[in-house]
Design a protein around this ligand. Structure first.
Ligand SMILES: NC(=O)C1=CN([C@@H]2O[C@H](COP(=O)(O)OP(=O)(O)OC[C@H]3O[C@@H](n4cnc5c(N)ncnc54)[C@H](OP(=O)(O)O)[C@@H]3O)[C@@H](O)[C@H]2O)C=CC1
Ligand SMILES: N[C@@H](CC=O)C(=O)O
Length: 413
């Protein structure tokens, strides 16, 4: 069985979560993807901070060592800041690797550019983890709300802020102590300024805006306020009046522009965000056909974020099982080798042990029969069509019918 070779950029809260999740759920991933997921390299900033013992994984502070690895299929970005993340992912895409990122600051600045480069290079770019931690909001918007027109989204997008507000109100913690706890749990960024000043939630709103409206709000026009100025006294006073502070990001498109606000607001106990506590995030979507939808879940932390990243990895795998070889992303670099054309019917095609026909062959090809001896019969209703083989077929093993290597096919059909 071949493997999916993955490089992990960053080995902090998120990077460790991804590494452990892949290790722990290897069998499950193998079942879903049909391949082992191998972390072949990890990038960190300061090598001396880490004690790495697994010699099978390249542990380095030099990205050049990673991007020049002979086998590399996927690069996962779990580092911080716009650079070097943007340049690293651009290199990875240019090399033909699929990429996945959790780095919302980088993606809010350069997501559009990376997406168009990924399209040009026919690789996949997953960014589920950039918004609302473990909540599958990006895939929901991209894949499950296509006929709907989304008019508005509103939600809590920063886990650290919500956690701090909850701890101050419920446990009378000072702002500083609540923030310290959020850092210990791995919710806050290494530099938490973006969390508490509302900038992190703004980046997430920008990414959502691109997904929903295909464009960003004017950055300078956006009102961005954090929770840093709220005092324990204010929080307690409003609690006694039945009101809670929530840090809310809101996006709405009018005829001419996208309105975006990110700020603390007071909500009553009938508001859907009132009960969203601790590190939870929640997003309310207003769409014209379905009406209102709310998604809620952990908005930060090691495993919720790893979950979003690993789900992105699975979605790259989905493409591999797509119905035509052109959609087969994991194997696109090998297609010339692996694509065969079928003409008429093939009886008794013998496959040796290292060969299998990809699960979904061409829609026109029917896999008539598979026996334990790995002899298969194929049939096409089309004059001639292509399908993919993982491995090599010995042409002399085809007893009947006609099987042609892709480079020998006349593509005029
Ligand atoms: N924490 C969370 O809940 C979530 C975080 N994110 C995003 O995921 C990314 C990672 O977050 P998190 O794991 O919390 O951050 P951490 O600070 O815990 O870890 C960052 C990792 O990246 C490495 N790193 C940082 N800068 C560089 C660089 N220039 N070159 C190479 N390696 C570098 C660090 O190396 P070293 O260990 O040597 O310092 C460290 O291993 C961020 O972009 C964050 O915004 C997204 C969703 C949730
Ligand atoms: N610091 C962020 C982490 C997830 O995006 C947050 O607290 O939401």
């Amino acid at each position: 069985m071949t493997a999916i070779h993955v490089a992990l950029l960053g080995y902090g809260t998120v990077g460790k979560g991804v590494y452990r999740t892949i290790e722990k759920h290897q069998e499950r991933l193998k079942t879903i993807l049909g391949k082992e997921v191998k972390i072949v390299a990890i990038l960190v900033k300061e090598l001396e901070k880490h004690q790495w013992v697994n010699n099978e994984v390249l542990f380095t502070d030099n990205y050049t060592d990673i991007i020049n690895l002979p086998k590399l299929d996927v690069v996962i970005d779990a580092i911080v800041g716009v650079e070097p993340g943007f340049s690293y992912l651009r290199q990875a895409i240019n090399r033909g690797c699929h990429v996945i990122t959790a780095n919302k600051e980088m993606f809010a600045h350069h997501g559009t550019e990376l997406l168009s480069l990924a399209k040009e290079k026919n690789v996949s770019l997953g960014f589920e983890a950039t918004v609302a931690g473990g909540i599958p909001i990006i895939q929901t918007l991209k894949k499950l709300l296509n006929a709907n027109k989304v008019d508005k989204v509103e939600g809590i997008l920063n886990g650290t802020s919500n956690f701090i507000l909850t701890k101050m109100r419920e446990e009378n913690l000072s702002f500083e102590d609540a923030l310290k706890l959020a850092q210990e749990y791995g919710y806050a960024e290494a530099d938490p300024a973006n969390d508490i000043e509302g900038v992190d939630a703004f980046y997430k709103a920008v990414i959502l805006s691109e997904v929903i409206f295909g464009e960003q709000p004017e950055w300078e026009q956006t009102i961005t306020q954090g929770i840093g100025t709220l005092t324990l006294q204010q929080i307690k006073l409003f609690e006694s009046l039945g009101l809670r502070f929530k840090h809310v990001a809101s996006l709405q498109k009018s005829n001419t522009e996208i309105q975006c606000t990110v700020r603390p607001v007071l909500v009553t106990n009938s508001h859907p965000l009132y009960q969203v506590e601790e590190v939870q995030n929640a997003i309310n979507i207003e769409a014209d056909i379905v009406g209102n939808i709310s998604l809620q879940g952990p908005g930060a932390g090691m495993f919720p974020t790893a979950s979003a990243i690993v789900e992105d990895l699975i979605h790259i795998g989905d493409k591999q099982l797509a119905s035509s070889p052109e959609d087969s992303l994991f194997f696109e670099k090998e297609t010339k080798e692996n694509i065969w054309a079928l003409h008429g019917e093939i009886d008794n095609l013998l496959l040796s042990d290292d060969i299998r026909i990809s699960k979904e062959i061409h829609p026109q090809v029917v896999l008539v029969e598979t026996t334990v001896e790995r002899i298969i019969n194929l049939k096409t209703s089309h004059e001639i069509c292509c399908f993919e083989v993982l491995g090599n077929i010995e042409e002399d093993k085809v007893l009947h019918g006609e099987l042609i290597k892709e480079e020998n096919i006349n593509h005029s059909y």
